[in-house]
Design a protein around this ligand. Structure first.
Ligand code: FAD
Length: 454
């Protein structure tokens, strides 16, 4: 059999995963990645920590170098932008150094990611206003802070990137204001009580939250931003502004090629195999639509973990196995100074707004037995659907790492485990590692009692 020609547009999280995964199973395929940017595959997730100085240089964020791709015999074109998909001819047109070339394919994967949204207000074109999406964005922010000796900054936004950037600036002793529309930040990820704890910890470290604010305009002199005003009447003097108001999927190329775009999400419409409406054309990552694993609703879920899973599903199917994508739970985490926060599934408020008959059980337990050094509290919330008695969400806060607890909860939700069976979970315990009462099991046990589930 002839070697399959696989072309991938975008060498970020999703594109690099598809390529590496296929190569592990198919030694013969001709795999080509086109990457428009100048940085080899890097960790977007690590950028706030390089900005904070926790990671010592942005260069350390490079994860897969051209040498890696060469070793895997993957043709990797940097600073090469795909400008057109000619699907009838099974070709893409790419631009490199001002010249255009064509490359043919049997299978095409679109992994073009997303771009930072911008506010459309007066003064938006002033210098010193940044988005926080790419390596170039973060390097520019860093360079601007150093060159302009930034002392005061405003962050507009309420998502986890806004929170991470706020922490990074505060660590650098920059007075940081976070302007957000709602009462709390991270509104889709944490119920109010948990979000408030995160905000309190960040406030203690100097971050100033300004809830219920809408940016009115930016004001500057000599072309550089100096003030931000709000519709609520505030005027803040700032040296820089970072807009972290969300991202929009990069779909123009796909749209021009006749690929269907979801009206709901604005991302590329895909089926459970990550196939688009064009034969042998797949889409993964931020550019592709996803669906909520609990409600089944089509949504965007711009996370690296979603990109990885979608990329694996696409790769399995390209390799010939029929494997279905199971949707997302929005499982994610945040470090807010000494506090770790994690979430998966639906928060209680969201579950209720979706018409689910939900109840939340909140517990605080120690991370380890009281006699063991370094014990910390874990605050945990389990959201349960009263009708099916299944877990549909979990949130955790602690000064200890709670990532594994949230991952375990996500597995229970994805696999539709009910609360009675959750109380029978076999968990990993020894005093230095954990407590003899596991918070997931104990919360489920409380729920069993409260809902009279036995
Ligand atoms: C600051 C920050 C922190 C984050 N932290 C986390 C985290 O902690 N956990 C988590 O799960 N997720 C996190 N994310 C989200 C995660 O990084 C993204 O969801 C993920 O990278 C999406 O993967 P992707 O492949 O779709 O897009 P990307 O990784 O962005 O890759 C898309 C690539 O396509 C290229 N491209 C676009 N158009 C073309 C074209 N026409 N031709 C060639 N190349 C093209 C782009 O240059 C880009 O490199 C974070 C994101 C940011 C910005």
């Amino acid at each position: 059999m002839e070697a399959k020609k696989i072309v991938i547009i975008g060498g970020g999280t999703g594109g690099s995963t598809v390529a590496s995964f296929i190569r592990k199973f198919d030694r013969k395929a001709e795999i080509t990645i086109f990457e428009a940017g100048k940085w080899p595959t890097y960790s977007l997730c690590g950028m706030p920590f390089a900005l904070a100085g926790i990671v010592k240089s942005f260069d350390k964020l490079i994860e897969l170098t051209p040498a890696y791709y060469e070793k895997l015999r993957i043709n990797y074109y940097l600073e090469t932008k795909v400008v057109k998909i000619k699907h009838k001819e099974r070709k893409v047109v790419y631009a490199k150094n001002g010249e255009e070339f064509e490359k043919d394919y049997d299978v095409l994967i679109i992994a073009t990611g997303s771009k930072g949204k911008r506010l459309k207000v007066e003064g938006s074109d002033l210098k010193g206003i940044f988005t926080a999406r790419t390596m170039d964005d973060f390097r520019s922010i860093n360079e601007y802070i150093e060159r302009k000796n930034v002392r005061k900054a405003a962050i507009v936004g309420a998502g986890f990137i806004a929170a991470e950037v706020a922490e990074a600036l505060a660590i650098r002793n920059i007075k940081t204001y976070v302007l957000h529309r709602g009462e709390t930040i991270l509104r889709r990820l944490f119920d109010k009580d948990f979000a408030k704890t995160i905000m309190n910890v960040m406030s203690k470290h100097g971050v100033v939250f300004m809830p219920g604010r809408h940016v009115h305009k930016y004001v500057g002199t000599n072309g550089f931003v100096e003030k931000i005003t709000t519709e609520e009447g505030d005027t803040l003097n700032v040296d820089m502004v970072i807009e972290a108001i969300g991202t929009a999927p990069n779909i123009q190329l796909a749209k021009e090629a006749g690929i269907k775009i979801s009206e709901k999400t604005g991302a590329i419409k895909v089926n459970e195999y990550m196939e688009t409406n064009l034969r042998e054309v797949y889409a993964v990552g931020d550019a592709a639509s996803s669906f909520n694993a609990i409600t089944g609703e089509e949504e965007s879920n711009m996370l690296a973990t979603t990109a990885f899973r979608q990329a694996r599903v696409a790769a399995y199917n390209i390799l010939g196995s029929k494997v279905k994508y199971k949707g997302h739970l929005g499982t994610s985490g945040l470090k807010a100074f000494e506090l770790y926060a994690g979430t998966t599934g639906l928060i209680d408020k969201m579950a209720k707004s979706k018409g689910l008959n939900s109840v939340a059980v909140t517990l605080s337990l120690p991370s380890n037995p009281h006699y063991y050094p370094g014990v910390k509290e874990i605050r945990f919330k389990l959201v349960i659907d009263k009708d099916s008695k299944r877990i549909i969400g979990a949130q955790a806060l602690s000064e200890k790492n709670i990532a594994d607890l949230i991952t375990a909860a996500s597995f229970l939700i994805m696999n539709k485990v009910d609360i009675v069976n959750t109380t029978l979970m076999d968990w990993c315990y020894t005093p230095p590692l954990s407590y003899d009462w596991n918070v997931i099991i104990e919360s489920a046990f409380q729920a069993v009692k409260r809902l009279k589930a036995i």
